[in-house]
Design a protein around this ligand. Sequence first.
Ligand code: CU
Length: 687
Amino acid sequence: MTSINYTHKVCEIHMVWSKPILHWASLLLLLLFITNSNAQELVLTQDSIITINLDEVILISTRNSLNYHRQPKPLSSLDEFLESSKKVDMVKRGAYAWEPTLNNMFSERLSVTIDGMKIFGACTDKMDPITSYVEVSNLAKAHVTSGQQGAKHGTTIGGAIDLELEKGNFKDTGLQGGLETGYESNNEMNVWGAKLDYSGSNFYMDTNLSYRKAGNYYAGGDEEISFSQFEKYNLAVNSGYKVSQGKLITASFIFDEARDVGYPALPMDVSLAQGIITSVGFEQDSLLRKFTDWNSKLYFNTITHIMDDTKRPNVPIHMDMPGWSDTYGFFTEARLGLKNHRLFFKLDGFYNRSLAEMTMYPNNPNELPMFMLTWPDVRTTNGGVYFEDELSINGSILKIATRMAVQNQEVADELGLNSLRIFYPEMEKSKTRFLKSISGQWHKMWMPWHLNVGLSYGDRAPSVSEAFGFYLFNSFDNHDYIGDPELINEKSMEANAKISWEKSNFKISAEANVFHITDYIIGAVDPSLSVMTIGAEGVKVYKNLEYANMYNTSLDLEYAPIPQFKWNGLIAYHRGVDQDRENLPFISPFSYRSSLSYHKGSISGSIGMSGAGKQVNYNPNFGEDQTMAYTIFSLSLGKTFIFNNDLMYTKVGVENILDKRYSTYSDWKNIPRMGRNFFVTISYAIN
Ligand SMILES: [Cu+2]
């Protein structure tokens, strides 16, 4: 898949009141000094186009034909779009609701937001990442930011993924509509989409409806993967009203529901995963004369997740496991330009309620069912301020950013609190934590060279599962997990660097980052506890490790010998170890990908290759075994047709051409990925 990268640099500065930080700060100063003494630098204009975020923007919208050509598979799931990102990997537990990871870190270390809105999944087993509650047709872009550069969207260690909703533009185009359909051969998936947009000079309203239904998929070699089916509906309405020049009210509503979702790598499936995501916003071009781009939003979302094992054969004990998550939140932000400073301010807050329960029904009808709260109605209240300054100094840009937040967590359910007090008799009902982030990113150009370096510090509170989880079964390492409400905050120091050489038809860039995470939170076996889940090997309790180090490096090449042809190549290497040099789980082995694409007039096409080396560094204590090397190939062809005034786009292609049977390091319990898959998509736009 083609991803469009505006990869510029990011620098993060970390300033914590500790020695390593001072050490880093002096390094940064030294760097600045070196730069300032260089006479050949190119002076950057104070141009808003040059920002120094080391982020990646994945275009998702299929609103215009240009994007349609760029995307090898336009009706891909959002998961597939994210997987095309250079930085994001997907953990697969089946065909649906993959979990995005960034810098080999999972959701508890990331900030994932939809248009800046905080949303938390309702599944104790992570079957419902936030990304599963939206459709590609709802979204314009995905912004992927690494490390503390993502702090704008919330507290994070590994980075942020913000999914930007597609919005109207007040062009007087009246009503426009479109129909889309797609089919995939491997799992007989049907995709249907319809949209109706109205746009006038004062008002717009975009409506879209989509439906996907898939059967079981087949891994390479034609092995059917049982319980990998799913069905999903999504309805989204997005509207805006111009109150007066420069003032705008927006409202958005998304209803997303998946039913009968199989999770072949897990012992349970999902009968219902439902999300309702709503917001109202107010935007004003200016504020108090000096500030610009004032943007505020109030939002609410509610998630319902119902797990189901009634369709599984040989279930030792039937369980009902529903979960709920409601989030109320707001943010307000504005910009201010002052001489060579570009300032950005944001104030945000949310209140989340997470509740999950489990009822076990013994096979012997004379025994009573057993009821537990696995998430004991945890109320999280978080308020934060974020500030950044992009400062241009002698032709380079330094961006300094900080977030300060206060978070309170309270266990509202007495039964849940008393259950946890069995393990933590001293546990308080409520606990408040201060969270902080500070980062500096520095970008310098000596055409055609670009250099970005950054330092940062950030911390995070334990997640609801890590702090309050009560006998959460992890099928990967076959252990029950118990949270620890007394965990201390996990802290991360990060350094990153990127150097690139960019000409119009050739680009090469090398980048690396290292995270030194102290008080790293991970599960450790407690042999004194006995398991709750039948067949589980033991019980793990979350604890703070002394520290863990993670290293991520990549080399990226792009070459366009003629404008119609473009070649891309990427290789990446990751490593993660704890203080005893033990491997961390879920760290990618050496991986690579390459694609060649062609686009001229109404025709487009691409061939792609991706793969990974043998996983050398894995950790059996977390259920990992060695994942074998693999390489897979794909191909797609597209053409645009014009009927009267209307446009029809078509795309056909094949993925995993050689029908290779493979799984990656991030596939839950080595669940094999899809084998050969033919797809066709047709999109008809009525103008
Ligand atoms: Cu679940």
